[in-house]
Design a protein around this ligand. Sequence first.
Ligand code: AMP
Length: 364
Amino acid sequence: MKKIGIIGGGQLGLMIAQEAHKLGVGVITLDPGADAPAFKYSDEHIVAAFDDGEAVEELCRRSDVVTYEFENVPGEILIPLVEKYNIPQGYKPLYDSQDRLREKDNARDNGFRTPKYKAVDDEESLRAAVAEIGIPSVLKTRTLGYDGHGQLVIKSEEDIARAVDMLSVPCILEEFIRFDYEVSLVMVSDGEKTVTFPVGRNIHRDGILDLCVVPVKEASDELLQRMKQTGEAFMKACGYRGILAVELFVRGDEFFFNEMAPRPHNSGHYTIEGCTTNQFRELARFLLEMPLEEPRLVAPTIMKNILGQDLEAAEALEKEGRDKVFVHLYGKTESRPKRKMGHVTFVGLNPEEYEAEYASRFVK
Ligand code: AMP
């Protein structure tokens, strides 16, 4: 049996494994956590750190094709392996996304509009950047930030002094975009053909994705089409193959690149039941050199992320076994308030119906 190797054994690995099995292939995952969620769904697994070169190479050796679901795989580990093994996404999309400065330069050079931004290393360069970009603006660490970690909004002169503490690591200062809403674009390309999932509107709470709502009724068809075309042209211009998720800020009929990830995306979980094919399946099809399928939305869909504080509510919902309500629990052994424990997809539901029927079940 053919085997897909996955670097990372979190919920993304778990869902890739589920789709791989449906396509009749096996999965081997590598993760440092002995209880990684994807292990239960993997045919084989390796417990090792992402910077353990020998272990990552062993994963490659035991796999027919390799992908990653973890963004911070070190370059010195992966780059030499890309030469020797079948890792068709390569290292470039990871490299381009691992530093916010490089990521934004790359986005701008390849067709996306970005917020204004500037590299910042010390108080002097921060003051100069604030003078140029203006207030409010957002200071972000260049590496290892996620879900709003490593960020500070600068609203006043006083905030600049407070922000200096963050400058022990390289940062960028970004223009604060007063966006109307945020969306994401999930695409899979085999180098020839690119398929794009219907754009979802992302609603965050405390910097973490809370809901993804599809379709985006606030956006015109022309705007959605322009996002899709820009995304597809971007993938082509960058020479990316495999899966890419791009988060955008939308203001009126303009959109701005925020960040990207060369792996399945939390906002794309709705595609499992909300679309005719899903992000994990198309990634697996790409890895297996099967023709890609163009996804279609089945019905209006809402995905609710389940963090630790909502786990009981999700378990209760699962027991009710409601029609068109799909509860995914990742089986993580430890539940913490802000940890992603699962998600629920409501197919055939619009935001008003969700508010009326379900919102009150979850923590406000
Ligand atoms: P990030 O980790 O870069 O995705 O940022 C987390 C969240 O902070 C985003 O989803 C936005 O809601 C907000 N944010 C980040 N950058 C900006 C910006 N330049 N302007 C306005 N809001 C932002």
